[in-house]
Design a protein around this ligand. Structure first.
Ligand code: MN
Length: 322
């Protein structure tokens, strides 16, 4: 999915300044954002309180929405640079098409990972015949300097490693590694993304990396993460410095654990682009509007998304920040 905002504001993120080296419990409420005509998503990152968690720089949670009588998700072709998009479903399906010629229907438990590198375009839509419920998360991972101009790649991972713990915990590893189980997905920074379900009455301690910062995103139910009950649609920032994470749940619950080494580089986000300076954003916008660089998306029934106008205040180029 994507930023469909007609007046997106530039966001500066990254660097060490915002990273909390110690364990914390910082609740980040969601902001409702319309996505197209029929969908509202809850945006957790970037937010007023926090811009990144490791290299994770964009987090939307959507649904569960009843789309039985609706077209569902309809996101026309649009471009990306400088990120990987991570698509993850709990209910329903999404048909992905991109300018590499990929055409893939994603289903719950399958990872759609699109490395945009220097540029790719894609569309996402509920197939005409679809399940009544749509529920998932759309996440972006910032690419580090050494890899952000790489060639675009689409990956579909239907088989992902699972970790089960005594006490009713089951985890699927989307990105990175958890308790010795490694995802086959390509990652460019030390990062982890895990989908965790807790059965009613579950109690577990999850091993985590003290050098990573973490956040937990509720998907369903109200899991308790480090003693904090997570209402649906909230994210809990956890900081760094933990070796394990206490989890429990009174009722069946699911959440995503996102983490990674703090992202040292300063980045500029605007619309669907992540770069390092204003000129790059302007260039990417111009290339999209001119129909160059990104390529076309075959088969989507509708026009590509035009880029919004650049904001009147120039995007600030990044400073060199530790
Ligand atoms: Mn997108």
């Amino acid at each position: 999915m994507s930023n469909l905002d007609r007046h997106p504001a530039p966001t500066l993120c990254g660097g060490r300044n915002d990273v909390l080296a110690r364990p914390v419990r910082e609740l980040l409420p969601a902001k409702d954002v319309p996505l197209g005509e029929s969908t509202v998503v809850r945006r957790l990152l970037p937010s007023m309180g926090r811009r990144m968690v490791g290299a994770w720089c964009f987090v939307d949670h959507y649904g569960p929405d009843d789309i039985a009588e609706e077209p569902g998700m309809q996101v026309p072709p649009h471009p990306h640079i400088g990120i990987q998009t991570v698509s993850w479903l709990h209910d329903g399906e999404v048909l992905h098409r991109d300018s590499l010629g990929s055409r893939q229907t994603l289903r719950p438990g399958e990872l759609g990972l699109m490395t945009s590198g220097r540029g790719i375009a894609h569309s996402e839509e509920s197939p005409r015949e679809h399940a009544p419920l749509l529920h998932g998360a759309q996440l972006w991972v910032a690419l580090p300097e050494a890899h952000r101009h790489t060639a675009p790649v689409w990956e579909h991972h239907a088989e992902l490693p699972r970790v089960t713990g005594g006490g009713g915990l089951a985890a699927t590893v989307l990105m990175g590694e958890l308790d010795g189980a490694s995802s086959p997905a390509t990652a460019f920074t030390p990062i982890v993304g895990v989908d965790i379900t807790l059965a009613a009455g579950a109690s577990a301690r999850l091993p985590v990396d003290p050098d990573f910062e973490y956040a937990a995103l509720t998907m369903s139910g109200e899991a308790e993460v480090d003693g904090v009950r997570l209402a649906p649609g909230t994210m809990l920032y956890l900081g760094c410095g933990r070796t394990e994470l206490p989890l429990r749940a009174d009722a069946d619950s699911a959440f995503m654990l996102l983490g990674g080494e703090p992202f040292e580089e300063r980045i500029v986000m605007w619309w669907n682009f992540v770069a390092r300076a204003q000129a790059e954003i302007e260039q990417a916008r111009g290339d999209w509007m001119a129909g160059t660089r990104f390529g076309g998306v075959e088969g989507y029934d509708g026009a590509p998304l035009p880029a919004p106008g650049l904001p009147p205040v120039p995007l600030k180029p990044r400073g060199r920040v530790r």
